[in-house]
Design a protein around this ligand. Sequence first.
Ligand code: B12
Length: 211
Amino acid sequence: MVDLEKLKQLVGALDEDQVQEILDRFINSKPSSDEARQIMSACQQGMEIVGINFESGEYFVGDLIFAGELLTSCIEKLKPLLGTGNSGNKGTIVLGTVEGDIHDIGKNIFKGMAEAAGFKVVDIGIDQSPETFVDAVKGNKSKIVGFSGVLTLSIDSMKRTVEAFKNAGLRDGVKIIIGGNAVSQEACVYIGADAWSQNAAEAVKTCGAWI
Ligand code: B12
């Protein structure tokens, strides 16, 4: 089994060669989806180190961009292993990153896992206005909508998006789940969402329980 702490540190150090080598060896060992999720989680924790190094001034925006590319390539490799068993069409989730925020790596992980679990996911992309979310839910007759956001300012964007659902008379007919580095129980209450998660696999279970 992979040394998860070492992998986390290597991602944090942006050591692409060693990270890719570890992942390739891991994939060749025919691992289970649970093991693949642990690897994904270690990579996610490595991004926290990147964030800390950025805050302390050791890393710059270029490093954030590189970190994003590194994690995206890790996800591409792990994706085929993450499936939780497609059990047919469980319904539609509208998903997007809220206005003002362009981060999408976590959103894409949640999307991949939800699709693997049998949901149809309508991904409306990044930096999306409250109105776009409302229109997408209406247009797709979706009963679940997911907001992603990692910036602190995304919390207010999410709140405005919930308000837009209320104003459109749609709030009672839709379950709202929020995710990303910025969310918490406190934020969930403030925003008026139904659930929150920083763990895509757990979030998919929550959506499954709703249908
Ligand atoms: C990579 C990165 C970038 C990349 C993003 C590339 C991309 N395609 O997404 C780029 C370079 C573009 C970037 C830009 C910026 N970034 Co940035 N970035 C990061 C970094 C290092 C990693 C984010 C990440 O991908 N994490 C890994 C993913 C897997 O985690 P996650 O998003 O939490 O997702 C998981 C769960 O939360 C959940 N999930 C996610 N979404 C959803 C949605 C739903 C519905 C559900 C259910 C679950 C779910 O599932 C995922 C898997 O479990 C973070 C550091 C950190 N600690 O997060 C900073 C960070 C988020 N960035 C930061 C900043 C400041 C910026 C910039 C302002 C920098 C600048 N000066 O330009 C810009 C902002 C641009 C904007 N308007 O959005 C700050 C935010 C500070 C704050 N508190 O607001 C952070 C925290 C770094 C720091 N510590 O200072 N960034």
